[in-house]
Design a protein around this ligand. Structure first.
Ligand SMILES: C[S@@+](CC[C@H](N)C(=O)[O-])C[C@H]1O[C@@H](n2cnc3c(N)ncnc32)[C@H](O)[C@@H]1O
Length: 275
C-alpha cells in the first residue's frame, strides 16, 4: 500500500503549476518582467481567506526585520513571500510536495526575492534543522494531512528558540464530525486526519508551550467563502485563483469545505504559542 506521504504528495502535486500561473498572470495583463508578490495573492495562498487570513495571522505576532521564520508546509510559498517582502523576515519554507517546492522557488525568483527566502522539500515530522534555530515557526492548513499530531507540534517546538513563537492558522473537526469529501486537502478520509481544537491545544501545552493568543475564525472564514463564491459567479470570465494549484474538482472541494463550515462539522482557529 502507498505511504501517506506519497498519497499526500500525489494529492497536491501536479505538473505545470508555474507555467499555468505565468499564463494566468499574462491573461490578466500583468507584465511578467515586473511581477510583484501581491500579483500572486489570489493564487499562491492555499488556505481559507487567502491573503486576508495571512495578514490577520501575521498581526498576531510582532515580527521583526531579520526574524528567522520557518514556514512548515509552505505550499507554493505565498505566506513565505508575504513574510519576507512585507515584514522583512528571513524565511525558510519546507513542504512535502516536490512540485510545490519547485514552484515556490521559481515564483520567488520571478518576484525578485533572493537572499531572504529559501525552500526545500522535507517532512514536517522530520524537520532537517537543529534544535533552537528559528524565532518563529509558522504553519497554515497543514496538520489536517498529518496523523501524528504529537510529533508535528513537538518538531516545531524543538526548532524554536526559547521564547520563540509558534504561529498557526488551521482547520479542526468539531467533536467527532467529519467534513464532506472531497475537500481541498483530501479526496477522501485516507489522508485527512482532523483533530479537535481542544486536543491540539492540550498537546501544545503538554510540550511546555504557553498559548498567548487563540481565536476561532470559523464565522469569518465561512463569510469570506460565501463572498468569494458570489464574486466568482458574477465575474464575466473565470478569475485566476486556487484552481491553478488545486487542479481537479476545485469547485466541488471548495463547496464541500464551505458546507462543512456552515454545518459546524469543521472549525478554523488562529493561534500563537510561546516556547
Ligand atoms: C492546503 S496546503 C497549504 C499550503 C500553505 N501552507 C498555504 O497556506 O498556502 C497543505 C500543504 O501541506 C503540505 N503537507 C502535508 N503534509 C505534510 C508533511 N507531512 N510535511 C510537510 N508538508 C506537508 C502539502 O504538501 C501542502 O503543500
Amino acid at each position: 500500500m502507498e505511504s501517506v506521504n506519497t498519497s499526500v504528495e500525489r494529492h497536491y502535486g501536479h505538473e505545470g503549476i508555474y507555467d499555468a500561473i505565468v499564463s494566468a498572470l499574462k491573461e490578466q495583463g500583468v507584465d511578467i518582467r515586473r511581477v510583484q508578490s501581491d500579483d500572486l495573492a489570489m493564487i499562491d495562498e492555499f488556505h481559507v481567506r487567502a491573503r486576508e487570513g495571512t495578514v490577520e495571522l501575521a498581526g498576531r505576532h510582532s515580527f521583526k526585520p531579520g526574524s528567522r521564520v520557518l514556514d512548515v508546509g509552505c505550499g507554493i510559498g505565498g505566506s513565505s513571500r508575504f513574510l519576507a517582502t512585507k515584514l522583512g523576515c528571513n524565511v525558510t519554507g519546507i513542504d512535502l510536495t516536490h512540485e510545490f517546492v519547485a514552484t515556490a522557488i521559481r515564483l520567488s525568483e520571478l518576484v525578485g526575492l533572493d537572499g531572504s527566502i529559501k525552500f526545500q522539500q522535507a517532512s514536517a515530522l522530520e524537520l532537517p534543522f537543529a534544535d533552537n534555530s528559528f524565532d518563529v515557526v509558522w504553519t497554515q492548513h497543514v496538520q489536517m494531512n498529518i496523523k501524528d499530531k504529537q510529533r508535528f507540534y513537538a518538531e516545531m517546538a524543538r526548532v524554536l528558540v526559547p521564547g520563540g513563537h509558534m504561529v498557526f492558522h488551521d482547520i479542526f473537526q468539531n467533536e467527532d464530525h467529519q467534513p464532506y469529501f472531497p475537500v481541498p486537502w483530501a479526496a477522501d478520509p485516507s489522508i485527512s486526519f482532523l483533530t479537535t481544537p481542544e486536543k491540539a491545544r492540550s498537546i501544545i501545552e503538554s510540550l511546555g508551550l504557553r498559548i498567548v493568543d487563540w481565536e476561532e475564525t470559523t464565522a469569518k472564514s465561512l463569510e469570506w467563502m460565501l463572498v468569494m463564491a458570489e464574486r466568482a459567479k458574477a465575474a464575466p470570465k473565470p478569475m485566476p485563483g486556487l484552481q491553478i494549484v488545486m487542479g481537479n474538482q476545485t469547485n466541488v472541494r471548495l463547496e464541500n469545505a464551505m458546507r462543512s463550515l456552515a454545518d459546524d462539522r469543521i472549525k478554523v482557529i488562529q493561534a500563537v504559542a510561546e516556547k
